[in-house]
Design a protein around this ligand. Structure first.
Ligand code: CDV
Length: 316
């Protein structure tokens, strides 16, 4: 008898600057109930799920951003209803938020996600490691991508937890483009990887066709799921946030690399799959039997070198 877990991705449509945490939380609670009615036991919500995607804006006043966009406590009075409802329904969840914390004697800010168990306990925390974008103001650009200004690089590493009888890891948005991150989770036995994202439909740096951006999102999700024999659950925040479009395409990908469910809208939408956690067994026993086939002695450059350097071999 194979093990199953009903998993949902709860995609959030746009949150505008004027929307409050309370508004966001109401919509998250509504989707939690929708997921429950589909039989879901584990729900994945997006990155930075309680506010608009604020790294697109330049703010001079850090105190203002701290107040508007970061959570000093999770849950807070405004976000508590989500945690209460999940506990009442017996649902475990992943959610992303801007974390404001006092550590090492100073104020620190991270782009964070947590795993909350169906009994309401905090099971795991992840702080985003691959921060895209820039730290400096680009006044001529159509919009900003200031994750390097607003967050520090995560300091908790890529870890997994025993969560709802499945070995589960977390990532956030841009991490999904980095194979190294997936492999580090897979080497710890990950069966599920949960990830929330906010991806602008337009490229800030050059005029890339929006369809190509979706294509890259889909091929990386399918490749990472297959090459690591994991269930991959990715939930978007999307639609037009004060006129700034982000794509949807939330998805659940099986360890065989097949898209088991995908959202159709750029609004609040829940997708759900009864995931067979044992579907990866044959892959892990054969082609992706890491212990039998990996050759880390030939992968040393992966950890020794950060940027690419042209270093041709000097012999045939
Ligand atoms: N929130 C993100 O990390 N977004 C990036 C964009 C900037 C490319 C992403 O990888 O989707």
């Amino acid at each position: 008898m194979s093990r199953h877990l009903k998993i949902a991705a709860a995609q959030l449509g746009p949150l505008n600057l004027a929307d409050t945490r309370t508004t966001a939380t109401k919509r998250l609670v509504k989707m939690l109930r929708d997921a429950h009615s589909m039989g879901a036991k584990f729900v994945v919500f997006p990155e930075l799920a309680f506010s608009t995607f604020f790294p697109r804006y330049w703010y001079e006043d850090q105190a203002e951003t701290d107040r508007k966009f970061y959570e000093a406590t999770i849950p807070s009075a405004e976000t508590q209803p989500l945690f209460d409802e999940a506990k009442k329904l017996g649902i475990g969840f992943y959610i992303g938020y801007g974390e404001l914390t006092q550590e090492e004697g100073r104020t620190r800010r991270f782009n964070t996600s947590i795993l909350v168990g169906p009994d309401g306990t905090l099971v795991g925390k992840y702080r985003k490691i691959h921060l895209p974008g820039h730290a400096e103001h680009k006044p001529k650009a159509k919009f900003q991508h200031l994750e390097k200004k607003y967050f520090e690089v995560g300091n908790l590493g890529f870890r997994v937890w025993n969560f709802m009888d499945a070995i589960t890891g977390m990532m956030i948005c841009n991490d999904r483009r980095w194979p190294e991150a997936f492999r580090v989770l897979a080497l710890q036995g990950a069966e599920i990887v949960a990830l929330g994202f906010n991806t602008p439909s337009e490229n800030l740096d050059y005029p890339e066709p929006p369809a190509l951006r979706v294509h890259h999102h889909l091929i990386t999700a399918q490749a990472m799921a297959y090459q690591n024999a994991i269930w991959l659950v990715e939930a978007a925040k999307c639609g037009f946030e004060d006129g700034n479009r982000m794509f949807g395409h939330s998805l659940i990908v099986s360890p065989t690399g097949e898209i088991a469910a995908k959202s159709l809208s750029e609004e609040d939408e829940v997708i759900c799959v009864n995931a067979d956690l044992d579907l990866a067994t044959d892959l892990k026993r054969t082609v992706f039997n890491f212990a039998a086939h990996r050759r880390p002695e030939h992968y040393k450059l992966i950890v020794e070198r950060v940027g690419a350097e042209v270093t041709p071999a000097d012999e045939p």
